[in-house]
Design a protein around this ligand. Structure first.
Ligand code: F6R
Length: 596
């Protein structure tokens, strides 16, 4: 996610802002910049794409930029590629206003049309730039900076945290937020603005988060509210810098799992259609390509998509697809799924599909990544940067995107009601995930026992099977416990020879038509001494001999892999904790696999 820092005080602002940006880098970014209120009512700006080292080099560590107030930003692209002209701060043509922004302005297109119609010229593809021109227009019309900011945020729909400086007000920094985090920090003769605590922790531990839509005005002497609002209530931060980066969670993985309700709500409703409607109605088949968890997304999508649309769906591990010349039917849609957008095998498979004339849609998290650029169409999951190596929130966002894709195809082929049912099902997912998170204690108890084992098996049928594959992958990669996932009917065809007394078998049974079948598998392993952990849907009766159970909230049956995946993510996290392992950095793994 993007990061904001702002400063007004007595020290040279530029080096301090650059240092603060360094402490925000953990959040992930693809460009960065600063703007400082220099002498003589000028705003001096410096931006660079790529790593902060490039920004530091470009503005010579800030030493040459005079001024004791300014704003800085690390950008993680959402609107517009990660290039310098899209980096923040954004400046109006006259150099009167500079803005940094986190969040998404939903009505930016209509605002941009309005401003362009009045002759304002845009120098970026961002949603943010409309804010700059709205502010400049208001100031030019005689508004004070505070009034200009109030009028401007009144026009914005969406989420934002803003840091703003005006050339006409030396020493002054404005901030305002809606939904996105923004903090005010109080020092001795200096004040700070930041999207998160680590950015300012070396300078102050006194912070206050203004309520939503409260405009704050900072000078070196303190904070004032230009319009009526609650008096600032500063609190002392007791976390150390590392814990603050993780938002108080023990690991990034834990933090990212807790972001899932918000992320899935966003992916379910935001962004454009995955396919143009003309294309959605003409799709004759869907082929997924992806690696690891992204491959599991395709598998879960296949169970769901075929049932919903009647269109045949195939799923390939990308590294296999690239050397396996499967025939592609005319108008078959190829979907490349990738969090990073840089996975070498997925990219090669995409190129191979395109070489064979396929239309490729990619479902990608990182804006401007190679897979996104090389696809015919891209849907961004917008899950925010994922820091932990094992994917959690991005996996869930990918799954939601794939459900949306099939809802679109179903709408085009079978009518609006079919797609609408999926979308109303998706609306229930955030709450269901919250309830899974609330039930963590039950999962912890399971993990305590499972962590003692040397290997474990996951079983499930239908849509439960891909969720089991994901659960087993998660457990393997962060807890180093050997795990395998099987369709529940398949275990007896060989692998049951490994099921002996005390071996944990985690059975997922959420599909009403198949629950009895999965429970037969449970009986088989129980008869051989396995310890069975049953994860089921609250509305299903599942009579079976178990060591422990975990009940998932009921949502649309085909969407159950989502809460199930979250339960499995927590399970893996808890087993890793029992084994005293760092879940964020599993051995031998990289976040982005850019080699074959
Ligand atoms: C598992 C995991 C990996 C990735 C895989 C694909 O937790 O993170 O299996 O899913 O390496 O990565 P992307 O989605 O970046 O192509």
């Amino acid at each position: 996610m993007c990061g904001i820092i702002g400063y007004t005080g007595v020290r040279p602002a530029a080096p301090l802002l650059l240092e603060g940006l360094g402490r925000l880098a953990y959040r992930g970014y693809d460009s960065a910049g600063i703007a400082v209120l220099a002498d003589g009512g000028r705003i001096v700006r410096c931006r660079a794409e790529g790593k902060l080292a490039r920004l530091l080099e470009k503005c010579q560590g800030g030493a040459e930029i005079p001024g004791t107030a300014g704003i800085g930003h690390t950008r993680w692209a959402t609107h517009g590629a990660p290039l310098e002209h899209n980096a923040h701060p954004h400046l109006d043509g006259g150099g009167r206003v500079a803005v940094v922004h986190n969040g998404i302005i939903e009505n930016w297109r209509e605002l941009r049309r309005e401003l362009a119609g009045e002759g304002y010229t845009f120098s970026s593809e961002t949603d943010t730039e409309v804010i700059v021109h709205l502010l400049a227009r208001a100031v030019a019309a005689g508004r004070t900076p505070a009034e200009a900011l109030r009028d401007t945020v009144g026009r914005l729909r969406g989420t934002y945290a803003l840091g703003v400086i005006f050339a006409c007000e030396p020493e002054v920094l404005y901030g305002v937020r809606r939904e996105s985090p923004l903090l005010v920090g109080r020092g001795d003769g200096e004040m700070f603005l930041a999207s998160d605590i680590p950015a300012i922790l070396p300078y102050t531990r006194l912070v206050w988060e203004p309520p939503t839509d409260t405009i704050v005005r900072l000078t070196p002497r303190g904070v004032t509210l230009p319009f009526p609002g609650d008096a600032p209530a500063f609190r002392e931060v007791t976390w150390d810098a590392a814990a603050a980066e993780r938002g108080g969670y023990a690991s990034f993985m834990e933090k990212e799992i807790h972001e899932i309700p918000q992320v899935v709500a966003h992916t379910a409703t935001e962004g454009e259609a995955l396919l143009p409607p003309s294309l959605a109605g003409n799709v004759t088949g869907v082929t997924f390509i992806g690696c690891g968890s992204a491959y599991h997304v395709g598998l879960a999508g296949a169970y769901f998509g075929e049932k919903l649309t009647g269109v045949p769906v195939r799923v390939f591990v990308a590294s296999e697809f690239r050397y396996h010349p499967v025939p592609l039917a005319p108008r078959e849609l190829v979907v490349a799924v990738s969090q990073s957008g840089e996975t070498a095998d997925t990219l090669a498979a995409l190129r191979e599909a395109k070489r064979r004339g396929a239309y490729v849609l990619s479902v990608v998290n990182v804006v401007g990544s190679t897979i996104a650029r090389e696809s015919d169409r891209v849907f961004y999951t917008q899950a925010g940067p994922e820091i932990a190596v094992a994917t959690t929130k991005a996996f869930c966002a990918q799954l939601v995107a794939v459900y949306r894709l099939f809802a679109e195809i179903a709408t085009a082929k079978r009518g609006r009601a079919v797609g609408a049912e999926v979308l109303s099902g998706l609306a229930k997912v955030p709450d269901a995930v919250r309830r899974v998170l609330d039930g963590r204690e039950g999962i912890r108890r399971m993990a305590h026992r499972i962590a003692q084992a040397e290997s474990a098996f996951f079983i499930g049928r239908g849509a439960d099977y891909p969720a089991c594959l994901e659960g087993s992958l998660k457990l393997k990669e962060i807890s180093y416990l050997h795990a395998e996932a099987y369709p529940a009917g398949e275990l007896k065809h060989g692998t049951i020879s490994l099921v002996t007394a005390g071996v944990p078998v985690i059975a997922l049974a959420t599909q009403s038509a198949l629950v009895g079948k999965t429970l037969s598998g449970v009986e088989e392993v129980h008869a051989r001494g396995a310890e069975v952990y049953l994860i089921t849907d609250e509305t299903l009766t599942a009579d079976a001999p178990t060591a422990a159970r975990f009940v998932l909230p009921h949502i649309h049956e085909m969407l159950m892999p989502l809460p199930a995946a979250v339960a499995f993510e927590l399970l893996a996290l808890e087993v890793a904790a029992e084994r005293e392992l760092d879940p964020d950095m599993p051995r031998n793994l990289a976040k982005s696999v850019t080699v074959e």
